[in-house]
Design a protein around this ligand. Structure first.
Ligand SMILES: [Zn+2]
Length: 1075
């Protein structure tokens, strides 16, 4: 038997074969859990961010009085009492000051140490009397850095914290846009000092980015898998408790991040941003503090990151900070100078894009750009309106007129029906002015700087092949404190990584210049308005805000005209300072959540306070200017009724005079007053009516303006069968049924009934108005399916006044038990339209009141008045783009015409319209309940007019009547100077095509006035202006009142005349130096 041999194997020297697993989902989730702030924080990397913590040594507190602003200086003088973590503070909108004292343990020397504060609210940290940094619980912005390297000599810290009892989105009661809950309290959850583990933080950012690349790269992407197994390898090599292992992990990730892009990669231009709504779910006063919190955060980041840039709009917000936080403002100025804190937009606020008048738009830019120029020595090159609910087709020209050639918005991505087809394109206005427009293709202006957003930005971009650049706006808005350290750290790590778009920290100028230089010839064009297919209830919500906006816009223009006359005739000094103040209040209220009606009730208390201030001061200025013009040494008895016309056409109209009666003041009558003091009609209310003629931009007195010979034109009303009333003047004839509806409407000389034979006009309609979510904002298309005519009579139509100057017919209707309409239907002698003075008691819930005018017109489009011009929109529903425009914005009038005839609807304060087939509808009142549960509840007064015409609306004078309805003749008793010739026109235009819209003093020169004109018909023409004001020179200038060298524009002056050619819808600003 052979002996067996026992062999002993020696152990192998190579390590055991490593197990390699291959499962995408588990690997991905493993990485996610490794940095999760929810799961496994006791063993994961996130749990190592703050390795040492202790409580603050002492917290004392003082509650500031509610609704009163308390400055730091006042607050720190108060008596503070100790409080503890876990206590709650309120109520909503309250302010609480805390004094926090910290003694950091000596064993933390050399560490980075932070104060961590969570009061479930927004807060501002003050150090040595300076606002240092905002905090915001909602975005977990808890950390305030105390030191990067704790020194033995400085282990104690003391800060004040100003806590605001509101969250980022105010204090909605169960839902973001719900009205605020006023008794909310906010709990101080923690106030700690902690060591910040910078090494763990850096590694965490790398793991996060690799995880996101693995997760969000398209399925099957090689780079995605490379990222996945890189991060897996890092976790394998990481001992979270041993920071020395972190270096090994960095080396693994560095291999991935060092692999660069090729030349063809898309570039996204990153810019920090904080969209701070100037008022919305919080009042204006809170916005000031939101700005301080956000911008102080931004300044701290600028100190730390030398490449970081931040774009910031709205001159008003800068002015607030300048006034209230001067040290912060000085820091901002320093970084503006460095080109890193970048003023953008050029406007006073980010205003509504549809409702402000043309002149108000210009003033937004004028006061905005002037502010930026004065404060920072620069003007903005980009118009910046990321979050507004539609954009007027006149904006491109207005921008260019104000020195701006570029436009950025983002809101169009909210379209409900049609996807807007471009991200970078030329936007062409109604006059063909073009501006370069860009919509950030990531579909938000609040990016967080993560991989998914960067990939989405490049993927969504719709102008690929034509351009390879997009803008990327990152930072939390509305009190989230703007960009964060995390965002900047992320973007810095992915600025050039193979597979991802390039990320370049940039400026708007760098971005737009790159497009202009490289891509501009290949871009598409979009002509006309940018209609947002959403939020179209905002043309109507908060009707009184819209009405006051319209009234105040016009009042300030009227004051400016009269003040110019007073200045030019050496009667008084132009009230520049006060007019500036009033304009700025008005412009502030045009902010894109105030004017649209989408703010909480508190905001409207402030808004109406400002409107009332404008009305009160504006009316005084107007009266004062008029008085100053006439107040010359003269006989005290020479007092007469002076009538001012502030539109650019001569007009003959009925005026109604209340109060002081000329006939009762025999001493105050001019010698020539033989029969003028006898009113031509006294109406039922006792007002004296006169029919007067006053020249354009001019005045007259009653003696010279009164038209005595009225017989051939007289107006009268007649009761017919079935309660029908016929009213008639020399222009038109109409039948009114007992409901106040117009059943027949003729233009004199034609027998065509302009009203539909099937449905009467002036029919009130009530719709259900329940949107999907955005209550104050949205009226949905399906509301049109709920049409209910208002047919319950309270008082049938009845003749009240009957000529010879005016007829009135009264009618009242019941909308519901709570709501009623009372209407006075008016036809004046020689007037081309019927006027409807309307009072509504309105207490509804999610109902929408409109008035409709079915016409007999045959047409495929309707025309709408907009800023300095008009636009046409289809009245049919052929395409999804047509259908989506079921509710649109227009200003003073809309018109529907066929060849030879037309019908216009005028209004004095409305902006919502619709036209379907031959029916024009004017939107009157909504009743949304969020965010203001009382929006529009109460009594309303408004006026609209129905104007049938022959020929085109241009020839028929619809534009003129729109102006006249909105700017009634202004009457005032003055000590009349017989040296002043009446009637007198200060400006006369020989073409009805051109409108002189604005007469104001130049901002910079006391002997110079500005005239702003525009072509209103949509065709070229030659126009001559005559003026009685003596002038020495005329120059063309832009909206900023800077003279421009436009060699295509020819202007001739001879004697008192200025002659020029003007193009369709062109805006022309002239600078006239007075003698
Ligand atoms: Zn906004």
């Amino acid at each position: 038997m052979a002996a067996s041999r026992l062999t002993v194997e020696t152990p192998r020297k190579v390590p055991m074969e490593q197990v390699v697993m291959k499962h995408r989902r588990t690997t991905l989730e493993r990485a996610e859990k490794f940095i999760s702030n929810l799961y496994f924080t006791d063993v994961n990397l996130y749990g190592r961010l703050y390795p040492k913590q202790c409580e603050a040594s002492m917290i004392t507190h003082w509650a500031a009085p509610l609704n009163v602003y308390t400055s730091y200086e006042e607050a720190v003088k108060q008596k503070f009492a100790p409080v503890e973590v876990g206590q709650s503070f309120g109520p909503t909108w309250g302010t609480h000051w805390f004094h926090v004292t910290v003694n950091v343990p000596l064993e933390w020397i050399g560490e980075e140490v932070r104060l961590r504060w969570n009061s479930s609210s927004e807060a501002l940290v003050w150090v040595n009397g300076q606002p240092r940094q905002g905090l915001c619980s909602e975005y977990e912005r808890f950390d305030f850095p105390l030191t990067d390297n704790l020194q033995k000599e400085k282990c104690s810290f003391s800060v004040y914290i100003e806590m605001a009892c509101n969250g980022m989105f105010g204090a909605g009661d169960n839902g973001m846009i719900a009205p605020p809950k006023l008794d909310k309290t906010f709990t101080l959850n923690f106030c700690q000092v902690a060591v910040f583990n910078r090494k763990a933080y850096n590694l965490l950012r790398e793991v996060e980015l690799l995880h996101d690349i693995a997760k969000h790269m398209p399925e099957g992407s090689e780079r995605g898998y490379q990222a996945l197994y890189t991060v897996n390898d890092m976790i394998n090599n990481c001992d979270v408790n041993d920071t020395s292992s972190y270096e090994r992990c960095h080396q693994i990730s560095a291999k991935f991040f060092k692999q660069r892009n090729g030349d063809s990669q898309h570039t996204t231009y990153a810019m920090g941003h904080a969209h701070i709504d100037t008022a919305w779910l919080w009042p204006y006063s809170e916005t000031i503090r939101k700005c301080a919190r956000s911008w102080s955060c931004t300044i701290r980041l600028m100190e730390k990151y030398p490449n970081f840039t931040f774009t910031c709009s709205q001159a008003q917000q800068y002015e607030w900070i300048k006034e209230r936080y001067p040290s912060l403002y000085e820091d901002i100025k320093k970084f503006v100078k460095e080109g890193r804190f970048i003023p953008v937009g050029g406007t006073w606020v980010e205003m509504d894009g549809l409702i402000p008048s043309g002149e108000a738009f210009i003033r937004q830019f004028l006061y905005g750009q002037k502010f930026f120029e004065k404060e920072f020595g620069m003007t903005c090159k980009e118009f910046w309106l990321p979050d507004t609910f539609g954009y007027s087709g006149q904006l491109p020209q207005i921008m260019r007129h104000c020195g701006i050639t570029r436009f950025l918005t983002q809101k169009m991505s909210w379209n409900l029906v049609n996807k807007f087809p471009h991200h970078t394109f030329y936007w062409e206005g109604i006059d063909n002015s073009k501006v370069l427009a860009h919509f950030p293709s990531g579909d938000t202006y609040e990016m967080k700087g993560n991989v998914q957003e960067v990939l989405r930005t490049a993927k969504n971009f719709q102008d690929k092949g034509r351009s390879d650049k997009t803008a990327f706006l990152f930072g939390f808005g509305d009190g989230g404190n703007g960009p964060s350290e995390d965002m900047i750290e992320r973007l810095d790590r992915i600025k050039d990584v193979d597979g991802l778009p390039r990320v370049k920290m940039s400026t708007p100028d760098e971005f737009f210049t790159a497009i202009e230089n490289e891509d501009s010839s290949k871009l598409c064009r979009w002509a006309g308005e940018l209609y947002l297919e959403m939020h179209n209830g905002t043309y109507t919500t908060h009707a009184k805000v819209k009405k006051m906006n319209r009234k105040c816009e016009l009042l300030l223009q009227h004051v400016e005209f009269l003040s110019c006359v007073a200045m030019a005739t050496k009667s008084s000094v132009y009230p520049s300072v006060e007019l500036n103040r009033l304009w700025k209040l008005l412009l502030l209220n045009q902010f894109h959540d105030v004017l649209p009606g989408s703010s909480i009730g508190m905001v409207y208390e402030d808004a109406h306070k400002y409107y009332n201030s404008i009305m009160e001061s504006g009316s005084n200025l107007l009266a004062q200017a008029s008085t100053n013009i006439f107040l010359k040494p003269c006989d005290e008895s020479d007092k007469s009724l002076v009538i001012w016309n502030t539109v650019s056409w001569d007009r003959s109209e009925v005026i109604s005079v209340q109060g002081q009666d000329e006939s009762e003041s025999p001493n105050k009558r001019r010698k020539t007053d033989t029969n003028v003091n006898v009113p031509q009609q006294i109406d039922k209310k006792g007002n004296k009516l006169y029919y007067v003629k006053v020249p354009s931009y001019g005045m007259s007195d009653l003696v010279n303006s009164c038209i005595r010979d009225i017989n051939p034109w007289s107006v009268n009303a007649e009761n017919m069968d079935d309660g029908v009333i016929m009213i008639k003047n020399d222009q038109i004839e109409a039948c009114i049924d007992k409901y106040g509806r117009i059943t027949k409407l003729l233009v004199n000389g034609s027998n065509k009934n302009m009203i539909s034979s099937d449905y009467p006009a002036n029919q009130f309609i009530l719709y259900d108005d329940i949107p999907l979510y955005w209550d104050a904002w949205d009226v949905m298309d399906y509301h049109l399916e709920t049409r209910k005519p208002v047919m319950k009579l309270l008082k049938p139509a009845e003749i009240e006044d009957n000529g010879p100057l005016r007829v009135t017919v009264m009618v009242s209707l019941e909308i519901s038990k709570e709501s009623q309409i009372e209407q006075t239907i008016i036809l004046d002698v020689a007037s081309p339209y019927i006027k409807f003075d309307t009072k509504v008691k309105w207490f509804e819930n999610r109902k929408f009141l409109k008035v409709e005018f079915p016409t007999s017109m045959h047409t495929r489009e309707a025309t709408y008045d907009i800023q300095f011009g008009h636009i046409r929109r289809p009245n049919h529903q052929n395409t999804s783009w047509d259908t989506a425009r079921y509710e649109v914005c227009g200003h003073k009038w809309t018109d529907i015409s066929e060849y030879g005839f037309g019908v216009a609807v005028l209004n004095d304060s409305k902006y919502g319209h619709s036209a379907v087939d031959n029916i024009l509808r004017l939107s009157l009142l909504r009743s949304s309940k969020a965010p203001d549960r009382n929006a529009d509840m109460g009594e309303h007064e408004f006026t609209y007019g129905l104007m049938p015409h022959t020929g085109t609306f241009q020839e028929a004078g619809v534009i003129k009547q729109g102006y006249c309805l909105n700017s009634p003749l202004n009457t005032q008793y003055e000590h009349y100077d017989s040296n002043i010739v009446a009637p007198s026109s200060y400006f006369t235009l020989d073409s009805s095509q051109v409108v002189l819209d604005t007469v104001k003093k130049s901002e910079d020169n006391d002997d110079t006035i500005i005239l702003r004109l525009y072509e209103s018909f949509g065709g070229s023409c030659c126009c001559t202006i005559s003026t009685v004001l003596s002038f020495s020179s005329v120059q063309i200038c832009n909206g900023l009142e800077q003279t421009t060298e436009d060699d295509t524009f020819d202007i001739k002056t001879t004697g008192d005349k200025i002659t020029f050619n003007i193009k369709p819808f062109q805006i022309l600003t002239l600078k006239i130096k007075l003698n």
